[in-house]
Write a protein that binds this ligand. Sequence first.
Ligand code: PCA
Length: 277
Amino acid sequence: MVIMSSRMKLNEAEKIEKESSQLEFRCVVTGFNGFGPNTENPSQLVAQNLPISVSFPKTGEVKITSLVLPTCCSQAWDKLKTHLKRKSKVQNIVILTGLAAKRDRINLERLAVNVRDYAIKDNGGHKYDGESIDDGPLALKTEAPLIDFRRKLQAAGFPAVISNHAGTFVCNDVYYRSLFFQLKNGSPDLVLFVHVPRLMKFRKTVQIEGNQKTRALAEAARTRTKQIELMQAAIIEVIRASVAYLIEVEASEQRGRPKSALTTSARSVAKRARKAT
Ligand code: PCA
C-alpha cells in the first residue's frame, strides 16, 4: 500500500512538472535612454542588443521583447503600457532595467514608492517635488523572491544585491505604474526592476567578485561589446530565475497549495479580488 501511494504521488508530481514545463513564456525587457549627465545608458545598450529569444534547459524557450524607454515619466509609461498584456495563457514577465550610476552591482529592487521627487528634470522636462504617481498604495512590492534571485545570480557569478526601493525618479515611476497595473489586472505574472551599474564598474566588480567563469569573461571584456554581453548575461540570469519561479508557482497552484509567500503578493491579491467579484 505504501509503495502504491508513493507511486501515485510520484505520478502526480511528474504530471505537474510536465504540465508546468509546457508553459509558454514571454518576457518584456526594458532599458532607458541617456538622461542628465549620463549620455550613455547601459540599460539601453543591454536591452537593445538582447536576442529575440533565450532557451533554458528544462524550461524551454522564452520570447523576448526588448524596448528602450525614453527617460520621461509620461512617454516611458505610454510606450510600456501598450506591451503589458492582460491575463492570458502565456506567462508574461516584465524585467525593467535602468542605470544607477553610483552602484557597482546588479540591484534587485524590492519596492516602488508612490512618490515623485526628481533631483533633475526628466527628458520630457518634468520635475516633481514629492507628488504622488497614482492613487494607489504608498508602496508596491515585487512578488519576485529576491533572496532566491540574489542567490542564483551570485551562484552564476554575477555580483548582486537587494535594494529596498528604486529611488524617486523615472525608474521608480515606471516600476510603480507597472506594479499597480499588475495589481489591478492580475497580469503581468511577474514584474521586477533591476538597476545596473555603468559597464566598466560592473566589469570591475565581476573581475573581483565573480566566479571562475565570469571573472574570465570580465577579464576578456575589453571592448564595449563584450562589456554589454557581460551585463546581458546577468539579465538573462534574472529571466531564468523568473521563469523558474513562475513554474514553481504554477506547480504549487496545481497542487492546490499556494505558497504562503504568494498569498500576500500583488498578483494573488488581484486574483482573489477578481474571484470575489
Ligand atoms: N535611471 C534613472 C532613470 C533612467 C535610468 O536609467 C533612475 O534610476 O530613475
